[in-house]
Write a protein that binds this ligand. Structure first.
Ligand code: SAH
Length: 243
């Protein structure tokens, strides 16, 4: 089954852009995923083809019109989640990426200016999605980011299917650090344990590194991970007693 992406944007020429090369590009040519773009401006109704207007209540910038966005969305086949890239949405997670990648595809609205007329979200059941706590000039790069994260999970896109499972966030932790030859570079050597051939020691070392790095760099992730760990041993005990 092809993962079908439709992107609604004022700049369709930005697509497929980076998704046309490397693994994603090859997968697109092989039909693993497909991409359509819709020029939002084609759905403007006035003679100036305007897609935006001044904010109700005053203030700087321009707002994308709900009627034009709705007409553009209504031109796209139904049956796929409809997302709008917006810093006001929930932040995208690897868990949500996995869910999306397991579905039929996505329809993505890209904002410009100050963003969307708020009524579009309820009016067309649109889910706002953020890619992080910073402001881009438009939703296109955010859409490319979301699509890239989904596409690499599609069957057959990445070489070894297992190579994704240790990755940062999949386990609730950052991944352990990597090294490769040369063994010595500018006086720095690859940690001895990784050259020991002792897989149990290597696994233990990697686990400790992943935990330490997560605790120091991402206390938010670490807290969630510890919360889950503290809960699960007692759950396991309770299950054992019932047996
Ligand atoms: N005034 C808005 C920002 C508008 S930025 C606010 O303060 O919330 C213009 C467009 O860029 C947005 O409509 C959205 O489509 C996109 N964009 C900017 N930052 C983003 C982010 N962190 N995640 C997803 N999309 C983003």
């Amino acid at each position: 089954m092809t993962f079908a992406a439709t992107v609604l944007t004022l700049y369709p020429e930005m697509f497929p852009g980076p998704l046309g090369v490397s693994l994603a590009g090859r997968a697109m040519r092989e039909g693993v995923w497909s991409l359509d773009t819709v020029q939002i401006r084609d759905f403007a109704t006035d003679k100036h083809r305007s897609v935006d207007d001044t904010p109700a209540g005053g203030g700087a910038g321009m707002v994308m019109r709900a009627d034009v966005l709705a007409a553009a969305l209504d031109s796209v086949p139904a049956g796929r989640p409809v997302l709008a890239m917006s810093p006001r949405g929930k932040t995208l997670t690897q868990a949500r990426v996995r869910e999306l990648a397991g579905g039929p595809g996505v329809t993505i609205l890209c904002g410009r200016f100050e963003g969307f007329d708020e009524r579009i979200f309820e009016g067309r059941d649109v889910e706002p999605v953020s890619i992080g706590d910073y402001i881009l000039s438009g939703g296109e790069m955010a859409a490319l980011t979301l699509l890239d994260a989904c596409i690499r999970l599609l069957p057959g896109v990445m070489g070894a299917p297992s190579s994704g499972m240790d990755e940062s966030f999949e386990t609730g932790l950052l991944e352990y650090p990597h090294y490769t030859r040369p063994v010595e570079w500018e006086g720095r050597t690859i940690p001895e344990v990784l050259r020991s051939g002792d897989h149990a020691r290597i696994d233990a070392w990697r686990k400790l590194q992943a935990e330490t790095d997560t605790r120091l760099r991402r206390p938010d992730l670490w807290e969630r991970h510890e919360g889950a760990r503290v809960k699960s041993p007692s759950g396991a005990r309770r299950r054992n007693k019932d047996e």
